[in-house]
Design a protein around this ligand. Structure first.
Ligand SMILES: [Zn+2]
Length: 247
């Protein structure tokens, strides 16, 4: 991907690269040189239509490589990647802690229900059909039975739930950082890399001699383990209540 000069139909910065004059999108275009070589470049879409002063054409392979290197070196720094991985680790630890608390809560509730059930059985054993409020006792026994079954089921579900697993040492953190950089550098599909960059980069603008990358660092961290998928109305209407969380 970063070899430079490789013709490709999809460019890395499509949708991210903005014209510094009009704020419009920089489009990719290609042209053929005298020796038959195809050149790819970015150019303001508005300028093409005569609506913007920015006539500059920017070599697409050079720009893609420069921006990728800049993002790797300035944004996806080893420290920051380590922080992202530590955040995931912390979220995993929270999951285990939550589960432990929930198990304790359910166990207490289960013991309490069993104690009440035993008391009622004792009354029935001692007094038989002469027990006062026999009808009430029967109703309460039925309720307690449902409580016990509910708590037992919840405990079983808790035990069989898939847990997020992440055991990672400091050495592995360094390796993970290198691996992420290698994946991006060696990825042959610019669309994949563009999607990844677009998850935290808002826009890229050339201002004079400077390349300005506007991004949201919080999108790289503290995102926990969940991802919001904006599905529109394609499948949400088919969701039923059984697919929600157990509690
Ligand atoms: Zn423009």
């Amino acid at each position: 991907m970063l070899a430079g000069g490789t013709p490709r139909s999809h460019h890395l910065l499509a949708g991210l690269f903005q014209c510094h004059v009009c704020g419009g999108a920089m489009h990719t275009e290609s042209g053929t040189g005298r020796n038959g070589t195809t050149y790819h470049y970015y150019r303001c879409g508005q300028a093409k239509a005569g609506l913007c002063e920015n006539k500059k054409r920017v070599s697409a392979p050079e720009m893609d490589e420069f921006v990728s290197r800049s993002i790797l070196d300035e944004i996806l720094t080893p420290d920051r990647v380590a922080t992202i991985i530590r955040d995931i680790k912390a979220a995993t630890e929270t999951w285990w802690k939550d589960r432990s608390e929930r198990r304790e809560h359910l166990t207490v509730a289960l013991r309490e229900a069993e104690r009440r059930q035993k008391n009622l059985f004792n009354i029935l054993e001692l007094q038989g059909i002469d027990a006062p409020n026999l009808g009430d006792i029967t109703v309460r026994l039925r309720e307690i039975k449902a409580e016990i079954e509910g708590a037992t089921k919840a405990l079983q579900d808790l035990e069989s739930a898939d847990s997020p697993e992440l055991t990672i040492s400091e050495d592995m953190l360094a390796q993970a950082t290198d691996a992420l950089r290698a994946i991006i550098i060696e990825c042959d599909d610019p669309i994949i890399v563009r999607h990844f960059f677009a998850s935290f980069v808002d826009k890229i603008v050339v201002e004079g001699e400077a390349l300005v990358i506007k991004y949201q660092p919080q999108k790289l961290m503290n995102h926990g383990l969940s991802t919001v998928v904006h599905s529109g109305d394609r499948w949400l209407p088919d969701l039923d209540s059984n697919q929600g969380p157990a509690d």
